[in-house]
Design a protein. Structure first.
Length: 176
């Protein structure tokens, strides 16, 4: 909750946090595997960040700090909720509708399926490095893992995507 004199215009830290909201939303959607609950996760992250703003060290990476909070909030919520039998999984979610004849949409769908099939640890590393543009050290800080592990997971994720997409294309080519 913002106090009256804590407006983003008056506080550079709040303004910087507000600028990170689109990135936080994207990563929240990756963690939540869709838009449902992602905004709530971002809101909870920002509330905790504002409450803990005194713990933020000036001159350090705000984005990595916020992403670490977001990931920790997500993990806490999952632990608290347990494994619900009603939670959607990629197998139970409907496939996206693709208009006929548009190969780019097919390729994007195939890539999305391959991405969803990756282990969670590889999905997170791939997303943070490729989409969010974080360097290995930042990703390591967010995920609380060694830099070598980040590099290894990223390499394995990229190889798995290549293999999966190539196999899907080969299968489609054989059907025609």
């Amino acid at each position: 909750m913002l106090l009256q004199n804590d407006s983003p215009e008056a506080d550079p830290l709040l303004a910087a946090m507000a600028a990170e909201i689109p990135r936080l939303r994207r990563f929240a959607r990756v963690l939540m595997r869709g838009a449902d609950g992602a905004d709530d996760l971002v809101q909870e992250t920002l509330m905790r960040a504002i409450a803990a703003r005194s713990q933020f060290a000036e001159g350090t990476n705000l984005r990595a700090w916020l992403f670490a909070i977001l990931r920790n909030v997500h993990l806490s919520l999952r632990r608290r909720a347990g494994r619900s039998p009603f939670a959607p999984t990629p197998a139970t979610m409907p496939a996206s509708i693709v208009s006929g004849g548009q190969e780019e949409q097919h390729a994007f769908r195939d890539l999305g399926r391959a991405f969803d099939a990756l282990p969670k640890t590889q999905r997170q590393v791939l997303w943070l490095t490729v989409v969010e543009g974080m360097d290995y050290e930042q990703v390591a800080a967010v995920l609380r893992t060694p830099v070598g592990t980040v590099r290894s997971r990223l390499s394995r994720a990229r190889e798995a995507l290549r293999t999966s997409v190539w196999a899907q294309q080969k299968t489609k080519g054989g059907k025609e």
